[in-house]
Design a binder for this molecule. Sequence first.
Ligand SMILES: Nc1ncnc2c1ncn2[C@@H]1O[C@H](COP(=O)(O)OP(=O)(O)O)[C@@H](O)[C@H]1O
Ligand SMILES: [Mg+2]
Length: 186
Amino acid sequence: MIKNTNQPSDQTDTSYAVQDRGRSDLGPRSLRLALPSPEATADLAQRIGAKLRPGDCLLLDGPIGAGKTHFARSLIQSLMDFPEDVPSPTFTLVQCYDVAAGELWHADLYRLSALEEIEELGLTEAFDDAICLVEWPDRLAELTPSHALHLALSLDPEEEEARLLTLTWSDAKWQRLVKTSCKSLL
Ligand SMILES: Nc1ncnc2c1ncn2[C@@H]1O[C@H](COP(=O)(O)OP(=O)(O)O)[C@@H](O)[C@H]1O
Ligand SMILES: [Mg+2]
């Protein structure tokens, strides 16, 4: 079932750090989609990836097996001139790639041991200068970039191959990208 909740949200989702940098006075927006197969997830990742620019950050939330790495891997591979392996950065915490738009960082913060590591890894700078895809973004706590697009994946208890995706954002720059990337799924 597809539910469109693309309206200003007045729900108090405190996991979502909204800090107005003067670019958005719209408050958080959200959209809920069904992703019926791994291919549908890969397709959406590819459409979103094609529009990303340095400074854009995607925060990929969801339990183990939800499809965060599948989304990130599909996005990264679609931007490669020559397809390469995209390993999960479970142990390295970050993997960097050069894509046509600039540098792309893929982070998996599940094993982060201290918040200071975020700075040491260079992630805070990457949030401004690179395209960033972050799994387990709850580990960022107060370092969560306010301009990020949040993607929360969840399993569908009734369909093994289906996922539910909730996109949430407050920076107005995501409005058009979400609309054009997701319209075939609405
Ligand atoms: N609709 C779907 N979207 C994404 N992944 C799916 C979907 N259906 C099944 N899967 C499978 O679920 C698994 C997700 O694993 P992974 O991406 O590593 O999860 P995570 O990084 O969230 O722990 C993959 O094997 C993927 O093929
Ligand atoms: Mg993963």
